[in-house]
Design a protein around this ligand. Sequence first.
Ligand SMILES: C[C@@](CO)(OP(=O)(O)O)[C@H](O)COP(=O)(O)OP(=O)(O)OC[C@H]1O[C@@H](n2ccc(N)nc2=O)[C@H](O)[C@@H]1O
Ligand SMILES: Nc1ncnc2c1ncn2[C@@H]1O[C@H](COP(=O)(O)OP(=O)(O)O)[C@@H](O)[C@H]1O
Length: 317
Amino acid sequence: MRSYTIIAPAKINLYLEIISDRPDGYHELAMILQSIALADEINLRSISSEKIQLNCNHPQVPTNESNLAYKAAALMARQFPEALTKYGGVEITINKHIPVAAGLAGGSTNAAAVLMGIDLLWGLGLTKSELEELGATLGSDVPFCVAGGTVIATGRGDQLSSLTGLDNIYIVLAKYRSLEVSTAWAYKTYRQEFSSSYLRETENLSARAAAVHSREIVKAILNKNSIEIAKKLHNDLERVVLPAYPQVLKLRELFATQEGVLGTMMSGSGPAVFALLESKQQAEAVKLKMRDAIPDEDLELFVSRTITHGIQVRSST
Ligand SMILES: C[C@@](CO)(OP(=O)(O)O)[C@H](O)COP(=O)(O)OP(=O)(O)OC[C@H]1O[C@@H](n2ccc(N)nc2=O)[C@H](O)[C@@H]1O
Ligand SMILES: Nc1ncnc2c1ncn2[C@@H]1O[C@H](COP(=O)(O)OP(=O)(O)O)[C@@H](O)[C@H]1O
């Protein structure tokens, strides 16, 4: 039986602007998404029965049909029933390193890894854009996780345009293990509190304003200027999450006072907060300072870095 071990990286949002709400309940966005080295390891193995089996070492992650990786395998089985009959089902084992429900796209990157892994297991030869299209039916962040690197994402986050990748900008990530923020809640609350500021009737004007705003960070990314990138970090969802979660605000404030921190921001719908730094040494020092300031064991701290690629196959048998 064949098997693949796949490395599925997390993401951070360097930029997230909510442009307008949409009739389908989603929001029109302008985002810049960035892959980071912190990653889950996914093993995919063909099994003789036409089933999907899932194991995960993390207590907060479901192992039933609600797991996004399971949903990705079920989607492939529905789309390619002949391949399922020919090659059999799949056993998925997720070794979790990415904090769960953090705004780091943990579930989405697992789903993208399963789409790509089953494509390999079944020899389907799907293109990246076909995999992105399948991924969009599972969640807004899945197409980005298929693409990886540094990407401008518009629409509901699924229309992608890749930028030259940003390599080795160091990151410290902070997340309270027991704190979860619902993405749906964050968007709904934003819509309720700030919808009058969208200029709904003049959406094009609002979209143009966003384009001008995000253009500055895109320019800094193209110049690989980490100081300018850090100055232009932006996330509209902070406007609802920070007031509702004082612990997250505290992390944000504490990061901002640390020596060497170029900029700090919440990732996606949170509650993970990241800080950008020039070097690994500085990042390790900031991690230690944060640990000293908040000795609470519930706080998880990671040093990571930006990478220019997405999902990668580590090994196959
Ligand atoms: C906020 C972001 C930023 O990258 O990521 P996370 O914080 O979840 O990692 C994304 O927009 C989230 O992407 P993802 O987590 O895939 O969201 P989905 O499953 O598609 O949607 C979850 C819910 O969020 C809301 N949603 C999502 C995307 C969007 N453009 N508008 C929305 O209003 C909808 O209420 C939807 O039901
Ligand atoms: N493969 C998976 N990995 C992590 N969480 C998952 C997975 N599948 C389903 N979930 C559920 O999805 C929710 C969001 O988790 P996650 O994808 O890590 O966060 P986010 O969307 O904020 O990046 C969690 O409540 C978790 O239980």
